[in-house]
Design a protein around this ligand. Structure first.
Ligand SMILES: C[S@@+](CC[C@H](N)C(=O)[O-])C[C@H]1O[C@@H](n2cnc3c(N)ncnc32)[C@H](O)[C@@H]1O
Length: 284
């Protein structure tokens, strides 16, 4: 642990105030047994703002002059940004071999050569750049004829700026085939920089999934990846957000969620599709 780290003790009342504030504003829910986690994460914010206790911090979030800046820093602190290229390889294989060829045919059947994807909760960019690489691999020499865009959104500005930098170490590329590493990255030492041909397909955007008005504007996607995000929400937000994800897809579009997540008891709108080692939800 950082030698300058000071842990500020959080009372039950402070925990409830801050937990509710975070939930109301971002949907991220800290259950009763997560007080320690919140205490660890927010102690750093108290220190950075030279505050003496959590009450001061709560008032700063509610009424302070730096309110909106601090709320963004709060989101950076309470979000979990773990991710990697080709995370859950059977899902990426399902994308490459089944879902993407299916939506390509769907578009061709409508006389269109347009592909729209959304990485909802893109963290530091590994997921949307993986999607872009897979599209290039599937379309091959047909790629230039297609109009392809991947929207990548997150609540964490820090994660988004790292996605914008698009520089990674070998650990985040650990599940990726070597051949693709050489093809789509410029490598120097332990730094791998994504090539511009991939980077320019991805549009990074701040979006808070608790903001249902703005989420409601998302439309026209062939494939949405929302992996390892729903776990941070409670059932109320999960239901509302998943129904908005459904509306964001075009007919015959696919939703992928985390490989250990399920939409059981959340929605029955989708058709569950089984691929080897992976599941996806299809809008019919
Ligand atoms: C564990 S990461 C998942 C990254 C990637 N989808 C994957 O599976 O590898 C979860 C991401 O969801 C984002 N997130 C959490 N709550 C959010 C919210 N209310 N609005 C938008 N993004 C949110 C976090 O900032 C984080 O980057």
């Amino acid at each position: 642990m950082d030698p300058g780290y000071t842990k500020f003790v959080m009372s039950e009342e402070d925990f409830r105030l801050l937990r509710d504030f975070i939930y109301e504003n971002s949907g991220i829910y800290f259950s009763d047994n997560k007080k320690d986690l919140l205490e660890n994460r927010l102690s750093l914010r108290l220190k950075a703002n030279k505050l003496k206790d959590y009450k001061e911090y709560y008032y700063m979030l509610r009424y302070g002059q730096q309110q909106s800046r601090e709320i963004k820093a709060l989101y950076d602190s309470v979000s979990t940004n773990e991710t990697s290229f080709f995370r859950s390889p059977p899902q990426i294989q399902a994308l490459q071999e089944y879902a993407l060829p299916d939506v390509v045919n769907n578009r061709l059947g409508r006389g269109e050569k347009v592909l729209r994807m959304w990485s909802a909760g893109c963290s530091t960019g590994e997921e949307p750049y993986t999607m872009a690489i897979v599209i290039k691999e599937v379309l091959k020499e047909r790629f230039p004829e297609w109009d392809v865009k991947i929207l990548a959104s997150d609540i964490s500005e820090r994660a988004l700026s790292s996605a914008r930098r698009a520089e990674y170490n070998s650990y985040s590329l650990r599940s990726m085939p070597d051949e693709l590493k050489h093809k789509y990255f410029e490598n120097s030492g332990n730094t791998y920089r994504i090539k511009d041909e991939i980077k320019k397909l991805v549009e990074l955007q701040y979006l808070n999934f608790a903001d249902s008005k703005r989420v409601g504007l998302m439309r026209g996607f062939d494939i949405v990846f929302c992996r390892n995000v729903l776990i941070y929400f409670d059932d109320v937000l999960r239901k509302r957000f998943v129904s908005q994800l459904y509306d964001s897809l075009i007919p015959r579009g696919y939703l992928f969620i985390g490989h250990s997540e399920s939409l059981h008891n959340i929605t029955r709108a989708f058709k569950l599709v089984h691929f080897p080692g992976a599941l996806a939800y299809k809008k019919e």
